[in-house]
Ligand binder design. Structure first.
Ligand SMILES: [Zn+2]
Ligand SMILES: [Zn+2]
Ligand SMILES: [Zn+2]
Length: 158
């Protein structure tokens, strides 16, 4: 077992409770680290311990091998589904097992605006690349037919 996950390795002070960032990552920081509002700088020890976010097992099967999929968040806050059989061999620095990965789309926010084409409500979507667009809430994707469904109104945001 790892012994000292609760003490700062740099100064020995206790670490804080687990903090979850906006992107879904988790960390503990040194409790001597405080944000000084006047100088707008953090003071004290700057040690941060990033925690591995436990992958959540999903009720979905890998299309490649049929193993359960897990939901994971990368270091950069990107969300993905990947195969639970997939892994990383640190010694050979190669991916092992099943390599199925499905990146998840960004945020989706319901808007109080109507689609000029069909009158349904619009949604604001942020893509993985950080681009924002408004699109019709009836728009969808038929994975079986590989076709766009519903209304195709899109308005890119600046
Ligand atoms: Zn410290
Ligand atoms: Zn798989
Ligand atoms: Zn529409």
């Amino acid at each position: 077992m790892a012994e000292d996950q609760d003490k700062c390795p740099e100064c020995g002070a206790p670490l804080t409770d687990i903090v979850t960032t906006q992107s879904g990552r988790q960390l503990k920081r040194c409790s001597t680290n405080v944000w000084n509002k006047d100088t707008r700088q953090s003071e004290g020890c700057g040690y941060v311990l990033w925690l591995e976010v436990e992958p959540k097992v999903l009720d979905e099967e890998c299309p490649k091998c049929g193993a359960p999929l897990v939901f994971a968040v990368t270091k950069f806050g990107k969300k993905m589904k990947k195969c639970s059989k997939g892994g990383w061999d640190k010694e050979t620095r190669k991916a092992t097992g099943c390599d199925f990965v499905e990146w998840q789309n960004g945020e989706r926010e319901e808007l109080n605006e109507k689609c000029p084409d069909c009158g349904a409500m619009l949604v604001l979507v942020t893509t993985n690349g950080g681009k924002r667009l408004k699109k019709c809430s009836t728009a969808g994707w038929d994975a079986k037919e590989k076709m766009v469904t519903g209304c195709q109104y899109i308005e890119w945001q600046k």
